[in-house]
Design a protein around this ligand. Structure first.
Ligand SMILES: CCCCCCCCCC(=O)SCCNC(=O)CCNC(=O)[C@H](O)C(C)(C)COP(=O)(O)OP(=O)(O)OC[C@H]1O[C@@H](n2cnc3c(N)ncnc32)[C@H](O)[C@@H]1OP(=O)(O)O
Ligand SMILES: Nc1ncnc2c1ncn2[C@@H]1O[C@H](COP(=O)(O)OP(=O)(O)OP(=O)(O)O)[C@@H](O)[C@H]1O
Ligand SMILES: O=C(O)CCC(=O)C(=O)O
Ligand SMILES: [Fe+2]
Ligand SMILES: [Mg+2]
Length: 333
């Protein structure tokens, strides 16, 4: 039997190769692509950076994997900066250093073993260089348009699992965390800093789920505990197949904020590293999440801002404070 996951593997294999030559008769205008595939284009914008095949793939699947997009030299520099931060040789304003829940209450050690994630590194010029890489922005623009804000930055250092499966990230939609819209003008870039596969907890996606609505999220009921703010989709039973994204150092996946994804347990002794940025069109607008499924995370973030920084701010304001323009004009966000 030829399963849906097999079909996806074939599609991914095709994407690994350079895009098929685009001839004048198969030009990349929205009408041409749409006529070619007989589907309306909604998730990608009309420009000539993506091949018709790549555009179609994102429209259908909600993600696009580009091989070898970030150089090994750049990744090595990000890794060195990460190590300097772990050793506390550099202090970065606003940076959130997260420890795995299994060691949250143990004594601090100035080493990567104590860091499972850096968040909000926009004030670190070396790490923030990632968000401004021209080859990344070229793709981002296909989803956001020319005015681009870096909304959220992360360096994920997934630790070897301590035996409680807390290194997993439950299946979720990133839009749950975002009080801004429209969703189609938001995209995440996630770059593997080393080879990632099922052994060290690669990304797992459910292709096509970007066409669904935002689901209710909450803490999963995991026996071994769960990390702060790692909400997962509540009671989720999906008919969509799961696809493990095996990636090499420098490979980058762009994905839609409604795409259901997570990452598995790290069964190796290494710390699995990835760097990512969520971008949005500066033309997006903030929404009030009161009375919606996002109210729980909104309240949690407000409580954290109050406890940690003594800031009494709205959920939307917590995002407006962190957002940085990386291309074009800051029109709205
Ligand atoms: C803002 C959200 C952005 C979402 C982005 C878009 C989509 C991305 C999807 C995700 O990635 S979801 C997960 C997003 N991750 C986070 O937002 C990181 C959350 N973590 C933090 O903000 C900090 O690590 C935290 C506030 C939890 C702790 O930092 P601190 O510098 O305050 O640490 P500290 O050691 O002082 O610990 C304070 C308390 O937090 C507890 N703690 C620390 N790490 C924890 C952990 N990993 N899980 C649970 N609790 C934790 C710690 O035990 C302690 O508890 P007690 O108050 O009871 O003593
Ligand atoms: N019991 C579960 N409940 C909810 N989410 C789960 C459960 N098991 C796995 N997941 C989630 O599914 C995603 C991928 O899991 P995956 O199956 O790849 O990893 P794993 O279960 O850690 O390891 P394995 O490769 O052995 O299955 C992760 O987001 C993980 O958190
Ligand atoms: O495990 C990862 O690297 C990705 C986790 C994730 O999806 C997220 O932080 O939003
Ligand atoms: Fe995510
Ligand atoms: Mg599993």
């Amino acid at each position: 039997m030829f399963r849906a996951t097999d079909r996806l593997k074939v599609l991914l294999h095709h994407l690994d190769r350079p895009p098929a030559a685009v001839t004048a008769s198969s030009c990349t205008s929205a009408q041409a692509v749409s006529a070619h595939y007989r589907v309306p284009l909604r998730y990608t914008l009309d420009n000539d950076h993506l091949s018709p095949e790549q555009r179609h793939f994102y429209e259908e699947n909600g993600f696009l994997l580009i091989k070898n997009l970030v150089s090994a030299e750049d990744i090595d520099r990000f890794r060195e900066e990460f190590e300097r931060i772990c050793r506390r040789e550099v202090q970065v304003p606003g940076l959130v250093v997260m420890r795995d829940v299994t060691i949250a209450k143990s004594e601090f050690v100035p080493d990567q073993r104590a860091v499972s994630k850096l968040q909000d590194f926009q004030e670190d010029p070396e790490l923030f260089r990632y968000c401004k890489l021209p080859q990344i922005l070229k793709y981002v623009e296909c989803f956001t348009g020319p005015n681009i804000m870096a909304m959220h930055t992360m360096l994920i250092n997934k630790p070897p699992d301590a035996g409680k499966k807390t290194s997993r990230h439950p299946m979720h939609q990133d839009l749950h965390y975002f009080p801004f819209r429209p969703a189609d003008r938001i995209v995440c870039a996630w770059t593997a800093m080393e080879n990632v596969d099922r052994n060290n907890g690669c990304l797992v996606v459910q292709p096509g789920t970007h066409k669904e609505t935002l689901k209710e999220h909450d803490y999963p009921e995991w026996e071994g505990g769960v990390n702060k703010m790692y909400h997962g989709i509540r009671d989720y039973r999906s008919h969509h197949p799961r696809l493990h994204l095996v990636m090499e150092k420098g490979d980058t996946v762009f994905f839609h904020p409604l795409l259901i994804h997570g990452s598995g347990m790290n069964k190796t002794q290494g710390f699995r590293k990835a760097i990512s940025c969520h971008y949005a069109s500066a033309d997006c607008y903030y929404i009030d999440v009161t009375g919606t499924t996002q109210e729980n995370i909104g309240n949690e973030i407000k409580e954290l801002a109050l406890q940690k920084y003594d800031l009494d701010i709205k959920f939307q304001e917590s995002w407006a404070l962190r957002a940085c323009l990386v291309q074009g004009e800051r029109t709205s966000l």
